[in-house]
Design a protein around this ligand. Structure first.
Ligand code: GDD
Ligand code: MG
Length: 357
C-alpha cells in the first residue's frame, strides 16, 4: 500500500527552531522525527511513501532522496505554494499515481497505532474515509470527532472552543482513504481536509473512526516536543530511545562514544561525540550528538540539540536549545524557553519562557 506523509507546514508554533529546520526534521532523541514516522509506516508493510513537501523541502530531499530505502520507495511531491492538508494529499496522490485505497498521515505525529488494524477496520466498514482517534484532556487544539455506536462519524469539528468540544476523542492524524475522496478536492487552491472534506464526507455517511489508546503525541508545540523526547528516555513509549543506544546503567542511554566527567541522573540520553565536563549535573535530559556541556552546568528536563555548546555554570530547566546554539557562561534558562539554531547568548543571559531570536 502507498502512504502520503504530510510534512509541508511551516511549524510556526515551534519557532525559532523551525525558522531553519522544518518541524519533522527536528530530532527526537537524536533521530529526525520523519525517520521515526517512516519507520513506523514501514513496520506495517507500507511500500511506497510520498513525502508531501512545501516549507523548506531541501532538508527532506537530502536526507531521504527519491528512490529505494530498504523495504520502501520514497517519492517527493513539492508544492510551489501551500495547498492545505487536503490539497497537499491530492497533489501528492497525483504525483504517486494513487488509484486505490491508501494511507495518509500528519508527519508531525508520533504514534504506536496499529495501522494494519486501521486498514482492516476501514475495509470492514466499507468506508470512504477512516480516521484514527485518540483521547486527549484538552480537545480544543485538535479535530474533535463524535461517532455513533457503529463508529460512523456524526460530526467533525476542527479546533472548537474548549466549552463547545463535545468529545475528548480527537482526530489522531492517520487516515485510510478511498481514491474517490481525492475527486472532492478542488485542485489548484488550498483546501483543508479537516474543515472542508471530512465534514462533507460526514454528511454522506462515509466517514468512520477507529479509536485507539496506543501511544500518541502531536509534536507541534515546545511542550509537546520536549515531551516526545522525555517519553522515550523515561520509558513511557517503550523500547530503546534511539535504535542504536545502549543502556549504560539503569535509565542512562548512550549512543556512540561520548566523554562524561560530570553526573547523569536518570533518565538521560547522551549522543555520539558529546562531552559533559566535570561538575556538570544533567537530570532527565537529552544531549544530542556533538554537544559540549561545560563545567558546573545544571540541566533538568532539557533537550540540547546537536552541537550546541552550554557555557560554564549555566542552569537550564524545562527548555530546548537548538543546533549549534552557543550559551554564554552563567546563563539561566527556564520555563519552556526555546533557543534557535546557531543563536548566541551573551554570558549571564536570563531567559524565562523566552524565545531567541
Ligand atoms: N504539504 C503540506 N502542505 N503539508 C501541510 C500543509 C500544507 O499546506 N499544511 C500543514 N501541513 C502538514 C504539517 O506539516 C503537519 O505535518 C500536518 O500537515 C498537520 O498540520 P499541523 O499544522 O500540524 O496541524 P495541527 O496539528 O494543528 O492539526 C492537525 O493534526 C491534529 C492531530 O495531530 C489536524 O489534522 C487535527 O484535526 C488533528 O487533530
Ligand atoms: Mg500537528
Amino acid at each position: 500500500m502507498k502512504a502520503v506523509v504530510l510534512v509541508g507546514g511551516e511549524g510556526t508554533r515551534l519557532r525559532p527552531l523551525t525558522l531553519s529546520t522544518p518541524k519533522q526534521m527536528l530530532p527526537i532523541v537524536d533521530l529526525p522525527m520523519i525517520v521515526r514516522v517512516i519507520n513506523h509506516l514501514a513496520t506495517y508493510g507500507i511500500e511506497e511513501i510520498i513525502l508531501s513537501l512545501g516549507y523548506r523541502p531541501e532538508a527532506f530531499v537530502s536526507l531521504l532522496p527519491e528512490g529505494r530505502h530498504g523495504s520502501f520507495t520514497i517519492k517527493h511531491a513539492v508544492e510551489t505554494e501551500p495547498l492545505g492538508t487536503a490539497g497537499a494529499i491530492r497533489f501528492a496522490a497525483d504525483k504517486g499515481g494513487i488509484d486505490t485505497t491508501f494511507v495518509a498521515v500528519n508527519g508531525d505525529v508520533l504514534s504506536d497505532l496499529d495501522i494494519s488494524k486501521l486498514i482492516e477496520f476501514h475495509i470492514a466498514h466499507k468506508a470512504q474515509a477512516t480516521l484514527s482517534l485518540t483521547p486527549v484532556d484538552d480537545p480544543s487544539a485538535y479535530g474533535v470527532v463524535v461517532t455513533d455506536s457503529n463508529s460512523q462519524v456524526l460530526s467533525f469539528i476542527e479546533k472548537p472552543s474548549r466549552e463547545t468540544a463535545s468529545s475528548n476523542w480527537i482526530n489522531a492524524g492517520t487516515y485510510v482513504l478511498e481514491p474517490e475522496v481525492l475527486e472532492r478536492i478542488q485542485p489548484g487552491r488550498a483546501v483543508s481536509i479537516e474543515r472542508e472534506i471530512f465534514p462533507a464526507v460526514v454528511n454522506e455517511g462515509g466517514l468512520y473512526a477507529f479509536p485507539s489508546d496506543a501511544y500518541w503525541l502531536d509534536t507541534g508545540t515546545p511542550s509537546c516536543l520536549l515531551r516526545a523526547n522525555m517519553d522515550l528516555i523515561d520509558g513511557t513509549r517503550g523500547g530503546p530511545p534511539h535504535p542504536n543506544a545502549r543502556e549504560h546503567s539503569p535509565g542512562i542511554w548512550l549512543h556512540g562514544s561520548s566523554i562524561i566527567k560530570g553526573e547523569l541522573i536518570p533518565p538521560c540520553f547522551v549522543g555520539d561525540g558529546a562531552v559533559v565536563e566535570k561538575g556538570a549535573i544533567l537530570e532527565r535530559s537529552v544531549v544530542g550528538r556533538g554537544v559540549h556541556v561545560q563545567q558546573n552546568v545544571k540541566a533538568s528536563n532539557c533537550v540540547l540539540l546537536e552541537k550546541s555548546s552550554i557555557g560554564e555554570g549555566t542552569s537550564i530547566r524545562d527548555s530546548i536549545i537548538g543546533e549549534r546554539a552557543f550559551l554564554g557562561a552563567g546563563s539561566v534558562i527556564s520555563g519552556l524557553s526555546v533557543v534557535g539554531c546557531d543563536a548566541i547568548l551573551e554570558p549571564g543571559t536570563h531567559l524565562q519562557s523566552g524565545r531567541v531570536p
